[in-house]
Design a protein around this ligand. Structure first.
Ligand SMILES: [Zn+2]
Length: 397
């Protein structure tokens, strides 16, 4: 017997399927850049007719545009974004912000060094100054992405567990909901390494890959994993935290309570510690890299060994996830071959290329802009918009 519910259920199921297909098409255009409907059909596995119908709908709602310039071969691309968005990077003792004004095609960047714990007050001060520089008020923004150097629960918009120690002024607040309440615009919260991964995947070294690992190596080591076209968080929200992968159980003690985490070998602090007995010990990672380039044997050795540890960590991830494309960014990646030689040495001795043919480990492309741009990528996604390509004004260089 047919109950009344069934047609309703069927309609709902059909709508959900349609929503998924629409999302697939938008993601395909973002990954491919301006593309023909045939390309989109190949990328998504949807029929040409289905792609055509979705593209027409997306055109009517202003999400995509058609490029008629090259005659009969029409390209579909994401429509330009209007208004302005900002990424605010919350560090334990500093706040920096980048505002992208799509209307004015301008990028504004500011930093507030607190020299002590930074909290809501510093965030609001920076946001006021940043929006004023662009001739706006915070409420004029289409959205704000908050980035933290800590694992977060992106759904609930809160900082996870032990990391709160480094953000004492946020301990009783859910940062995203709090800021949204203050300024009345959508706010999303995300881990900085996840944002960097998102940016590299949307517009940088990971473009077009369905699976991708991005590593950011500087004062800390962050990892972001894109699986099947989305940031993979895992049930705990901690997925991709490669900095605490245990590589040597007799290694140095880590702040997380384990021994021998990757952080203990490859973070800036670990690198400086390894060179602490030098007659003139270097004071920063940048100095270590500069000295290594000038031929300092100890600095070269340390960077080579750091590369080997990174390679070992990457090998472990690849064995579990099957990721074929890995980008390494952050201040450490500025070392170039000095780092990559060690890294590829590990990949060789661990026989990784035999297990993962076609494996590529490449430098990240977006440099120090990656986190801020990742905020834009996450916001546009949240707002149902997108950018096929990164316009020059949005990049620092
Ligand atoms: Zn650890």
């Amino acid at each position: 017997m047919v109950t009344e519910d069934q047609p309703v259920k069927a309609r709902r199921a059909k709508r959900v399927t349609r929503d998924i297909h629409v999302r697939l098409v938008v993601e395909a255009i973002r990954a491919l850049g301006p593309s023909s409907q045939a390309d989109i059909s190949r990328k998504t596995g949807l029929s040409r007719a289905a792609v055509n119908s979705i593209v027409q709908d997306l055109r009517e709602t202003g999400v995509v545009e058609m490029d008629w310039t090259n005659g009969r071969e029409t390209k579909v691309m994401l429509a330009p974004v209007h208004g302005a968005v900002a990424t605010i990077e919350l560090e334990p003792e500093a706040v920096s912000g980048t505002l992208y004004s799509f209307a004015g095609q301008q990028r504004f960047r500011m930093r507030l060094d607190q020299g002590g714990p930074a909290g809501p007050e510093e965030l609001m001060t920076l946001l006021r100054q940043l929006t004023a520089a662009a001739g706006l008020e915070a409420g004029d923004l289409s959205g704000i992405a908050l980035s933290l150097q800590a694992p977060v629960d992106a759904q609930a918009g809160v900082i996870l567990g032990p990391a709160l120690r480094r953000y004492p002024l946020w301990k009783d607040l859910a940062p995203a909901a709090w800021l949204a309440g203050q300024v009345g615009v959508p706010v999303i919260l995300e881990n900085d390494a996840n944002l960097a991964a998102l940016a590299e995947w949307a517009w940088g070294a990971g473009r077009g890959a369905s699976d991708f690992l991005s590593l950011t190596c500087a004062t800390g080591i962050g990892g972001g994993l894109v699986v099947a076209g989305a940031i993979y968080r895992g049930a705990t929200g901690l997925a991709g935290e490669i900095g605490h992968m245990i590589l040597d159980q007799s290694g140095p003690l880590c702040s997380c309570g384990s021994r021998g985490c990757l952080m203990g070998f490859a973070s800036e602090r670990a690198i400086l510690l390894a060179l602490a007995d030098d007659e003139l010990p270097p004071q920063s990672l940048t100095e270590v890299i500069a000295r290594a380039r000038d031929g300092d044997a100890a600095c070269r050795r340390v960077l080579f060994e750091v590369g080997r540890y990174l390679g070992r960590a990457i090998a472990n991830v690849v064995r579990v996830t099957g990721t074929r494309l890995i980008a390494v960014g952050g201040a450490l990646s500025e070392a170039g071959d000095l780092l990559f030689n060690g890294l590829l040495h590990s990949v060789d001795i661990l026989n990784l290329k035999a297990i993962a043919p076609g494996l590529e480990i490449v430098p990240a492309r977006l440099g120090e802009d990656a986190v801020a741009l990742g905020g834009v990528a996450a916001l546009l996604d949240h707002l149902g918009q997108g950018l096929s390509a990164l316009p020059a004004w949005m990049e620092h260089r």
